[in-house]
Write a protein that binds this ligand. Structure first.
Ligand SMILES: C[S@@+](CC[C@H](N)C(=O)[O-])C[C@H]1O[C@@H](n2cnc3c(N)ncnc32)[C@H](O)[C@@H]1O
Length: 356
């Protein structure tokens, strides 16, 4: 079969093991991989209101057993490592179902783990049966190709995502929804595991430079490439399913890269907005309740824009941190407001966007 000779800015359709073998070695700068999770779902999952949960039960996620999954993991990771430049780094996302197996294989192959990001999903679905904790975290292993390699990391840029403080490895980012979520003609989610662009933006800006090649061997709807293109990086991806591959191409084609003056500026960070401004704009009223994620603890909004819970009074960030016993907490992501009409709770961040 003909070699691809390091194509750029393309969705390669086909099996990633085969497609990887056609790429030049040492040709990509950073990798984001969101491989099958091997969820091993048994039977349908229903909500208490008898609607069916749209879980990941697709054919691409099925493996005969753990051994088959481990073999597949080793093969694709070996293939990806070959195409990584010596100073490239790789981010691999997964759930508790697969991430420990993936991490073990990565270490066996010589990757050097730099961090494990805990991606906290403030709007995750509850555990309807109440038999386990809510599964509201996914993990992203970040590793260099080998110990001692000179991988790219933009420490100062990352601080800007965290109010000027050093970025930690717990990232609270809502699941992909709204206009960002690709849907089919019937309005159903096109892909069960479309990643939020905010997650990819952080990853790409943290670990690559303008003009670098960002590679994704399990492209799905093309989130990695869409963000790479927006941020003036080259991109390359593989996807086996022709429907997803086509949707990814359309999505990526529609991306308008940020202006030159906005390069390396974290666009996923909303401009600073004082919480009080939401009151001034009439989006919230003094006396209204907010609910803390995930406990549902209630706080009352005071006229000066602070919150009160019992005897405790503080800012949206300070009070949330106090109630969680955490050193700091992003109140925009951790307080919810209840929609009076539908009863749905949405994070405050959704209101902040209306003010900016
Ligand atoms: C977890 S999803 C990735 C979702 C993606 N990150 C997004 O934001 O849309 C994994 C994808 O890998 C694809 N896939 C699974 N096995 C594959 C293989 N052997 N070769 C290529 N693609 C594969 C599936 O079709 C699926 O779209």
């Amino acid at each position: 079969m003909k070699k691809h000779h390091s194509p750029l800015d393309q969705v390669l359709e086909g099996d990633c093991l085969e497609q990887l073998s056609l790429l030049d070695e040492c040709s990509v700068d950073v990798v984001f991989a969101d491989p099958p999770y091997n969820l091993q779902l048994r039977g349908d999952l229903w909500r208490p209101n008898l609607t069916l949960v749209d879980a990941v039960d697709d054919e691409w996620d099925r493996f005969a057993d753990f051994a088959a999954y481990d073999r597949f993991t080793e093969e694709w990771l070996r293939g990806v490592r070959r195409v990584m430049k010596d100073n490239a780094s790789i981010w691999v996302s997964g759930t508790y179902h697969n991430i420990f197996r993936v991490g073990s294989v990565m270490q066996q192959l010589g990757f050097w783990i730099l961090n494990t990001i805990c991606w906290h999903k403030p709007n995750a679905m509850p555990n309807f049966r109440g038999k386990r904790l809510k599964n509201d975290a996914e993990f992203v292993i970040w590793a260099s190709k080998a110990e001692g390699s000179r991988y790219t990391f933009h420490h100062h840029l990352m601080k800007r995502y965290n109010d000027g403080k050093q970025m930690g490895s717990v990232w609270s980012i809502p699941l992909c929804g709204g206009a960002e979520r690709l849907r089919d003609a019937e309005g159903k989610k096109l892909h069960p595991t479309q990643k939020p662009e905010a997650l990819l933006e952080r990853i790409i800006l943290a670990s690559s430079n303008v003009g670098d090649v960002v590679f994704d061997p399990f492209m799905g709807t093309g989130t990695t490439a869409a963000v790479a293109r927006k941020q003036h990086r080259h991109w390359l991806g593989i996807e086996r399913d022709p429907i997803y591959a086509q949707a990814a191409r359309q999505r990526i084609d529609a991306v308008i890269p940020v202006g030159e003056d906005q390069l390396d500026v974290p666009t996923a960070i909303p401009p600073r907005v004082p919480f009080r401004k939401l009151l001034e704009r009439g989006l919230l009223q003094a006396g209204q309740s907010l609910y803390l994620v995930p406990t549902g603890q209630q706080a009352i909004i005071l006229a000066d824009g602070s919150l009160q819970h019992g005897d405790l009074i503080g800012s949206i960030h300070g009070l949330a941190a106090q109630l969680k016993g955490a050193p700091s907490c992003n109140g925009w992501m951790n307080w919810q407001i209840e929609d009076t009409a539908s009863g749905d709770r949405v994070v405050l961040d959704a209101l902040r966007k209306q003010v900016t």
